[in-house]
Ligand binder design. Structure first.
Ligand code: CUA
Length: 193
């Protein structure tokens, strides 16, 4: 009489149907509770953590970038630090990077520091680990090293408006010696073709 066994998980009729339904309902509630907990974790981490930019340690006043502080025009571009590393400061704005071309040395730690006065932009440098969002009010800092000399494209990769597709900069990597031979003002920016 095995073919008459109900399909409701009651093999051999060992348990009355009411017990089976009660057990299944209990597991249904447990599964629903687990889903609820996981959803709560996603929402909580989204609100408390993931909404922050990657490197949210530093803030700036996006309305005064051009007037005072680290991101005034004369301070943009590459700067040689006393420890031999290089800091590149840029502003990402609709729809260009300032400066549009920066020169950096190869095989040297390069710190990119970017911020935005308007909307969220993206920082990505082809063939490197450099990838970050640039959010108004925050400084995005990324460290990298360039293993080969040459030119690297740096497109904005966060949709920022009508001109997004035309927003990009150029990173020109020269040898460490060539970089040291440049005058400080020559390090500030270069000509992009
Ligand atoms: Cu800036 Cu897309």
């Amino acid at each position: 009489m095995a073919e008459e066994t109900p399909a409701s998980g009651n093999p051999g009729g060992m348990f009355p149907e009411t017990v089976v339904i009660k057990t299944e309902r209990r597991w249904l509630y447990i599964a629903a509770a687990m889903l609820g907990i996981m959803l709560g974790v996603i929402v909580a981490t989204g609100i408390l953590q993931a909404l922050h930019p990657l490197s949210y340690v530093e803030t700036t006043d996006p309305t005064r970038l051009h007037i005072k502080g680290e991101f005034v025009e004369s301070n943009l571009g590459s700067a040689l630090e006393p420890d031999g590393s290089v800091t590149v400061r840029m502003i990402a704005e609709q729809y260009n990077f300032a400066p549009q071309c920066v020169v950096v040395p190869g095989n040297t730690t390069v710190r990119f520091r970017l911020t935005s006065p308007d909307v969220t932009h993206g920082l990505i440098i082809a063939d490197t680990n450099t990838n970050a969002m640039i959010v108004p009010g925050f400084v995005s800092e990324v460290r990298t090293q360039f293993a080969r000399v040459g030119e690297y494209r740096m497109p904005c990769h966060e949709y920022c408006g009508f001109g997004h597709h035309g927003m990009w900069a150029l990173v020109r990597v020269v040898s460490a010696q060539q970089f040291r031979d440049l005058e400080p003002e020559e390090r500030l920016h270069c000509e992009s073709r």
